[in-house]
Design a protein around this ligand. Sequence first.
Ligand SMILES: CC(C)(COP(=O)(O)OP(=O)(O)OC[C@H]1O[C@@H](n2cnc3c(N)ncnc32)[C@H](O)[C@@H]1OP(=O)(O)O)[C@@H](O)C(=O)NCCC(=O)NCCS
Length: 167
Amino acid sequence: MTSSIQIICPSNPQEVPFQHLTEMLLAAFAAQDGIVNPPSSAKSVTVSELQWRFARDRLFLATDEVGTVVGQVWVEDTGRDAYLYKLSVDTAIQRGGIGRALVTAACEDAAVRGKEKMRLHVRVELTDNVAYFKSRGFEIVGEGMHDGYDRATFWKMARDLDRMSGS
Ligand SMILES: CC(C)(COP(=O)(O)OP(=O)(O)OC[C@H]1O[C@@H](n2cnc3c(N)ncnc32)[C@H](O)[C@@H]1OP(=O)(O)O)[C@@H](O)C(=O)NCCC(=O)NCCS
C-alpha cells in the first residue's frame, strides 16, 4: 500500500461522503453480479441506509493523498464480539493493500475495545474472498442460509483478536 493512504474512523457524519460510499459499494460488488445467489445486499444500498448504519456502527475509511475516500469497512458491535461488513475498495486500485489496511484497523480497534473476535460472512460462491480472509487470520466457523433457501448461502468466519500480530 502506498504510504499516502490513511485510515480514519470519522465520528462526525458531516465528514462522511455517503453518496460516494454508496457508489463505491455498487461498483465494488458489481463483480459479483450473476455469481452470488441471492444478490448481495450491497446492490440495494442507499444513502439513508448508510446514515443509520453510521449512527449505530463504526466506519473506517481509507483516504488517498488528496483526501478522496478509496475504501471502506463497517463494524457492528455485537456485544462480546464485533461484526465486519461492506468491506470494499475503489475498483481502480484494488489489490494494493488497502483492504488489508482496513481489516487490520478494524480488528485493532475492536481488540482495543475488548472484543474477543471479529466475525464476518462470506458468500459460498466467493472462494477467492474466503481465501482472502483466511490470509487475514480468519477461519470458517459455521455456515448460514438466507431466508427462502434450503442450502448454505454464506460461510461464517471469525478471527481471534487476542492474537493481533501478523495482521
Ligand atoms: C476484497 C477487497 C476488499 C480486497 O481489498 P484489496 O485492497 O483489493 O486487497 P488487498 O490489497 O488488501 O489484498 C491483499 C492480498 O489479497 C489478494 N486478494 C485481494 N483480493 C482478492 C480476491 N478477491 N481474491 C484473491 N486474492 C485477493 C491480493 O492479491 C493480495 O495478495 P498478496 O498480498 O499475496 O499479493 C476488494 O478486492 C474489494 O473491494 N472487492 C469487492 C467487494 C468484496 O468482495 N468485499 C468483500 C465481501 S466478503
